[in-house]
Write a protein that binds this ligand. Structure first.
Ligand code: NAG
Ligand code: NAG
Ligand code: NAG
Ligand code: NAG
Length: 426
């Protein structure tokens, strides 16, 4: 979750901290650091979709479970669907199947949506801003990472496009570091209001200490909202999707997975307002153990699609091998996609009111406000034992500093990020 802070929220948290187990004690220094960052962010807040995250996910988990001018087309040359003209009004035709080899049956799809921005292949990294720790400071979620600018990330081998044409974002794996590990956090230069935001990834970061996320966020957090599409920590295998909003957005009271037609359960309650939930927001945890981390990687990943329209916010997950043909053809027909992973209906959370001008963001941090806080916790799917028990190391920071080889699998491998709209709305 990506959170900002205010003084009253900080006070709230310190109060909560005293009630929680000793493992949250380090939050006091974390909070001071966050306050400094907040001051820093306020000084240079103009136009920044920068958020300061104070994550109370750890506390929450403890409670519930023991323990157009901006178009960027970066189409991969070998993409079987790259001939598609995003501004064309005629139906595209395409063969289904990820391999793109079968030319036999060629269904035709029509869609109200067209591609407004796509990142893939050798130009994947065009159109993103890189968080630079030398300029913008440390990770706003207090993780043990130094985010590298594009030049440094490239020269130190943190980012590249591999022989499969997929973009890779990895963590520094130097055996021992005395401070933080190098990582990357990237934000689209374009912003979007409404649309379909599609991530096709074959691998995502996994393992003790890690906290990766793929999400969207507007300026002046939380007034213009935050939509966490893919997020979790450590060895979790089940994705958690979360909204953080201004006051007034909720999940309809009394709703159930059946009434919402979702394959997940609510984990933080019905209130999405950041400042009424200790910043936790309103999240859903997937029922499927192939939606995050090693579970996701075990099936070659898949596609996340976040649909933001007049009906509300949906997050869909399609495992590799079960990706709808309309989506593969870049002619999305979301009304045919069936059960979502998560859904926040417009009836109690007006999407055009609570979400405005979102950028798309990837990040990979270590420890920090969430992963650090639940280092000693277990009970979440994938995490039958705590990372503390698994590693035998008492703190997350100590572990990540001394075990570079453990982060060989802490990388994103992304085929594409594609944003669709019915008409361009920034
Ligand atoms: C794509 O569509 C635009 C607008 O209709 C048109 O000007 C352009 O020539 C098309 N490009 C291709 C490659 O078909
Ligand atoms: C939360 O924000 C709203 C307006 O954005 C404000 O009126 C309210 O007082 C805030 N509540 C808390 C607990 O800070
Ligand atoms: C997911 O759960 C099933 C059934 O409980 C289990 O057999 C499988 O090993 C789990 N897979 C992962 C990746 O955790
Ligand atoms: C959203 O972006 C539009 C176009 O750049 C701008 O006019 C508007 O003020 C922005 N709204 C917010 C709430 O930032």
């Amino acid at each position: 979750m990506r959170l900002s802070v205010c003084a009253s929220v900080l006070l709230f948290v310190v109060g909560q901290t005293t009630l929680a187990s000793a493992e949250f004690a380090p939050h006091r220094s974390v909070l001071r650091a966050t306050e400094r960052l907040h001051e820093y962010a306020k000084r240079r807040s103009a136009g920044l979709a920068r958020d300061l995250r104070v994550v109370f996910q750890g506390l929450k988990e403890q409670d519930s479970v023991q323990g157009d001018s901006n178009r960027v087309y970066c189409v991969r040359p070998d993409d079987p669907f790259s001939a598609f003209n995003g501004s064309s009004t005629s139906p595209a035709t395409a063969s289904p199947g990820a391999s793109g080899t079968s030319q036999a049956a060629v269904p035709t799809f029509t869609s109200a949506y067209s591609v407004v921005e796509k990142h893939s292949g050798s130009n994947f990294f065009d159109g993103w801003d890189f968080w630079d720790h030398n300029v913008e400071g440390g990770d706003p979620t207090n993780g043990n990472v130094d985010y590298q600018n594009q030049a440094d990330a490239t020269s130190s081998g943190l980012i590249d496009v591999n022989s499969a044409g997929n973009a890779v974002m990895r963590l520094e794996t130097t055996a021992t570091v005395s401070g933080n590990r190098k990582s990357v956090r990237i934000t689209t230069q374009s912003t979007f209001s409404t649309g379909i935001f599609v991530l096709d990834a074959v691998h995502m970061p996994e393992g003790c200490g890690t906290w990766p996320a793929f999400w969207t966020n507007g300026p002046r957090w939380p007034v213009t909202g935050e939509i966490d599409i893919l997020e979790g920590v450590h060895d979790y295998t089940n994705n958690q999707a979360t909204l953080h909003t201004d006051v007034g957005c909720t999940i309809p009271s009394g709703s159930t997975p059946q009434s919402l037609n979702i394959a997940s359960t609510s984990v933080n309650g019905d209130v999405c307002a950041a400042n009424l939930t200790g910043n936790a927001g309103c999240g859903f945890r997937s029922n499927s153990n192939t939606t995050f981390g090693s579970g996701f990687n075990s099936i070659g990943g898949g596609v996340y699609a976040m649909l933001w329209d007049n009906d509300g916010i949906h997050v869909y997950f399609f495992p590799r091998g079960s990706i709808p043909a309309d989506l593969l053809a870049e002619k999305p027909q979301p009304n045919t996609w069936g059960t979502a992973m998560a859904f926040w209906p417009a009836s109690t959370c007006n999407p055009s009111q609570f979400f405005v001008n979102h950028s798309v963001i990837f990040d990979l941090t270590l420890c920090g406000d969430w992963a650090g806080a639940v280092w000693g916790a277990s009970g979440i799917p994938g995490q039958t034992q705590s990372c503390q028990a698994i590693t035998g190391v008492s703190t997350c920071t100590q572990y990540i500093q001394q075990n570079g080889a453990a982060f060989q699998n802490a990388y994103w491998e992304v085929s594409s990020v594609t944003i669709y709209q019915t008409s361009r709305q920034s």
